[in-house]
Design a protein. Structure first.
Length: 302
């Protein structure tokens, strides 16, 4: 755990249970926040726009319903794409994960992300519908526009400028350690391949504290990702959407927290930032299914 407070010193405090500052954790869907920052950076470079259609960047999707999806819809989960793919093979992957505790994303390259998006109907388009597939598709669009693999762009444009040298996109040979299921079983780490932009980054608590601090002091590349869109539907009245980041206002106040959580087969994570108080909390745990508990702890600390 890391608690960051730029209004007092020392600015960062850590707490460890069976871990060290350099211990690797899967951060799960906090990766989406990093993808949002990469999007904001790409917008600043003029490589893509919020109105760019999927079909404009990935020509193979031009004739599919998914080809008409705009970047804004992808980064706010309003594209109509499902959370995950609904196909027989996807069901088998789910069984492989639940029964054998293995990585369900093994063998899903970038081409698979595009192919799966092409075949999906868009349901409730314009309404918030959380989608790992949509986040993965946007990450691959950014890679195409940036002329490099997603992992390379994320490393060079977002992670390394903040000094996050212990963080990267997981590969089959470079992952966090095995995590733990809610039932206490060992879970294989997730190298998510083509789906990496949705949740495939590993990090350490020391690196995540660097991210939180950079977001608080304004030095983070792609900082605009944490700003709220106007008029985008969300799942709660007190929430707005940034570029994947969630902006939540406390009931009856004007105090806002920018946050995202994450969960993989063997890990849980939460990151919350309160800009007006210059405070942030990051919690990483090598046990799955603990997101709600981590959010409560973070709220108390913030």
């Amino acid at each position: 755990m890391a608690a960051i407070d730029l209004s007092s010193g020392p600015h960062v405090r850590f707490s460890f249970i069976d871990a060290e500052g350099s211990t690797r954790f899967e951060i799960g869907s906090i990766t989406k926040g990093l993808t949002g920052m990469l999007l904001a950076d790409s917008l600043g470079r003029g490589e893509i726009s919020l109105d760019t259609n999927v079909g404009d960047v990935l020509p193979g999707t031009a004739g599919a319903e998914a080809g008409s999806i705009r970047v804004t819809e992808l980064c706010t989960h309003t594209s109509g794409l499902p959370r995950t793919v609904r196909r027989p093979l996807a069901t088998l992957r789910g069984l492989r994960y639940r029964v054998l505790q293995l990585n369900p994303y093994h063998g899903l390259p970038t081409s698979s992300v595009i192919e799966q998006a092409e075949g999906q109907p868009l349901t409730d388009r314009g309404q918030r519908r959380y989608s790992n597939l949509g986040a993965a598709l946007l990450g691959q669009m950014l890679a195409h526009c940036g002329g490099a693999e997603y992992a390379v762009l994320l490393r060079e444009r977002i992670l390394r400028p903040m000094g996050m040298t212990a963080s990267d996109v997981a590969t089959r040979r470079d992952t966090a350690p095995w995590g733990t299921s809610p039932a206490g079983l060992p879970r294989q780490p997730w190298a998510m391949e083509g789906f990496a932009p949705a949740g495939g980054v590993y990090s350490t608590i020391e690196d995540m504290a660097k991210l939180a601090r950079a977001l608080l002091d304004g030095s983070a590349p792609g900082l605009a990702a944490t700003l709220a869109f106007e008029g985008i539907p969300t799942d709660r009245a007190n929430r707005q959407s940034g570029m994947f980041w969630i902006i939540e206002t406390s009931q009856g106040t004007t105090q806002t927290m920018v946050w995202h959580n994450g969960g993989t087969g063997g890990y849980s994570s939460f990151m919350g930032i309160v800009p007006h108080r210059q405070r942030a909390v990051v919690i990483l745990q090598s046990v799955a299914g603990r997101g709600a508990g981590l959010a409560r702890v973070a709220a108390e600390l913030l």
